[in-house]
Design a protein around this ligand. Structure first.
Ligand SMILES: [Zn+2]
Length: 112
C-alpha cells in the first residue's frame, strides 16, 4: 500500500475532528398554536420553535428542530464553515506538495 501523504493525513485529521458538519441556516421562529384562549398567543409571545432551512438538490426545504438538537446543529453549522475553509485550502496544498515533490526528484535524479 502506498504511504499516505502528509497533506492527505492532515486533511483527514481535520475533517474527522469536525463532525458533525452541515450547511443550512438555523432560525428561531414564534408560531401561534391552535388552542383557543392561549395566553402566550394572546399576548403576542406565541411559541418559540427552531427550524433548519437548507437546499437539497436545488429545492429549498425546512425542518423543525427539537430543542435538544439546537446546540448540535449550531456546532454543525460552525463546523460546516470550517470544512469549507479546508476544502478551499486543499487545492493550494496539493499544488504546493506537487511542486516540492518535483524539486526533490530534481535534487536526487538517481532516486526514482
Ligand atoms: Zn399558543
Amino acid at each position: 500500500m502506498k504511504h499516505k501523504t502528509l497533506t492527505r493525513q492532515k486533511w483527514e485529521n481535520q475533517l474527522r475532528a469536525l463532525w458533525p458538519a452541515l450547511k443550512g441556516s438555523l432560525a428561531k421562529v414564534a408560531k401561534p398554536c391552535i388552542r383557543k384562549n392561549c395566553p402566550a398567543c394572546a399576548c403576542g409571545d406565541k411559541h418559540p420553535a427552531w427550524i433548519l432551512s437548507f437546499t437539497l438538490r436545488g429545492k429549498r426545504k425546512t425542518m423543525y428542530v427539537p430543542l435538544p438538537l439546537v446546540v448540535s446543529l449550531k456546532k454543525g453549522l460552525q463546523n460546516g464553515r470550517k470544512v469549507e475553509t479546508i476544502l478551499y485550502q486543499t487545492g493550494p496544498d496539493l499544488l504546493k506538495q506537487h511542486r516540492q515533490t518535483v524539486k526533490k526528484k530534481r535534487k536526487h535524479p538517481t532516486k526514482s
